[in-house]
Design a protein around this ligand. Structure first.
Ligand code: FEO
Length: 395
């Protein structure tokens, strides 16, 4: 491997997972990386590991810089298995290393791997480990995005290693933000935030404010997935502040599925109606696009319109999965509308409204329903529905 230095004595030793397309149902169309870092001074620390299927590659990358016997510390910022499942292998090789984690991290490591309890030391916010001239300082970040999560800050080098925060699922041969297409980078950062961190928005705002209040200078943000931010780390911090504030624009996102194209025709008429009012409109058909794409289009939308045909008196199965996913992500400050088609009894729209209200979503009523195939009068109602929603969000 060509050495990838972040600064003197600080190296990326992670792996690129070019072919990953399914990250527990989050579609990662551009793959991902699992970033790990070596910090070398009088003592040596390995920050995080990688997914177990890539243990050998991590071993090779580390061995090019140091022998495992010389590693003094393995820092586990987060126990989710994409970052820690190599640890059983690595901990055996680095037999002299202490393992450092948050208290909840220690508990999770024992639950996952049954590691020797005595070998794991816990740290809390403000605790430091001196490596020589370099210092590791820890900042607990519970629920960003697991209870165990913490950040490691390299004091003298001004490098923040926040694990999952500020990451992207983006497999590239480049490692830094000044080496890649900025549009692609921000697109993947947006998808990542929307699908992983959206429900944690208040915590994110508070954690960023806390880090800012610590007045710690940050030259580099080195997350555990994707590209490292060295050209402009404030770009991703400001993007997170914007997303976590719930900022939206005059945009209507329509998420739907269809059986015999009736709901599709309704969706298209609604889209035309909304667009006629000058708002941005995005359409996502669920059997053509994954939930993760729908969620990304919802992140900055002021209104979300969801359409389903009725199947066996229920909503269509893809809509069931979508509503489970989106209610779990708890998007705030949006207006929700529902539409759909049915053959005889109906049920899809009623079911979706019930789910939305139980989740605390603000629901626009009345909704629009069509029996069998929409005629011109039905399509006019759909167009007007789109118009009304657009007018509502423009106020
Ligand atoms: Fe929470 Fe990248 O794992």
């Amino acid at each position: 491997m060509v050495k990838v230095p972040l600064k003197d004595g600080v190296y990326w030793v992670g792996v690129v997972d070019w072919n990953l397309r399914d990250f527990h149902d989050f579609v990662t169309r551009r793959g991902t990386t699992y970033n790990a870092y070596i910090v070398q001074d009088e003592k040596i620390a390995l920050i995080d590991t990688v997914k177990h299927t890539f243990s050998n590659e991590l071993v090779r990358h580390v061995t090019e810089l140091t022998s495992f016997e010389k590693i003094d510390y393995i820092i586990v910022n987060h126990v989710e298995m994409d970052h820690s499942s190599s640890l059983p292998v690595i901990a055996k090789l680095a037999k002299n290393a202490k393992i450092i984690a948050s208290q909840r991290g220690k508990e999770a490591l024992i639950d996952h791997y049954g590691l020797d309890f005595e070998r794991v030391e816990t740290v809390k916010t403000g605790d430091e480990v001196k490596l020589g001239n370099k210092t590791l300082r820890f900042v607990e970040a519970p629920m960003l995005h697991w209870p165990d999560s913490m950040f490691t800050y390299l004091v003298e080098d001004k490098i923040l290693m926040p694990n999952d925060a500020f990451g992207q699922h983006l497999a590239t041969s480049e490692r830094f933000d000044d080496e890649v297409d900025e549009h692609v980078l921000m697109e993947e950062a947006t998808i990542y935030y929307a699908n992983i961190l959206m429900p944690l928005a208040p915590l994110i705002t508070r954690k960023i404010q806390e880090v800012v209040a610590m007045k710690i200078p940050i030259d580099i943000i080195a997350p555990s997935h994707g590209i490292i931010w060295r050209k402009d780390p404030m770009k991703i911090i400001n993007a997170y502040l914007n997303w976590s504030s719930g900022a939206t624009k005059n945009k209507v996102t329509i998420v739907f599925d269809t059986m015999w194209n009736s709901t599709d025709k309704m969706a298209r008429a609604i889209a035309e109606g909304a667009a006629s009012q000058g708002v941005d409109v995005k359409m996502v058909k669920l059997r053509s696009s994954p939930n993760s794409e729908a969620v990304t289009e919802i992140l900055d939308a002021k209104a979300v319109l969801v359409g389903s045909p009725t199947l066996n008196n229920q909503l269509f199965p893809t809509l069931g999965g979508f509503l489970t996913y989106i209610t779990g992500l708890r998007p705030k400050g949006k207006l929700w509308g529902f539409f759909g088609s049915y053959g005889w009894g109906g049920g899809a729209v009623k079911g979706m409204i019930k789910t939305a209200k139980e989740a605390g979503f603000v629901v626009y009523e009345p909704s629009v329903e069509v029996k069998f195939v929409p005629d011109e009068e039905d399509l006019k109602k759909c167009f007007e529905f789109g118009q009304q929603i657009a007018q509502k969000i423009k106020v």
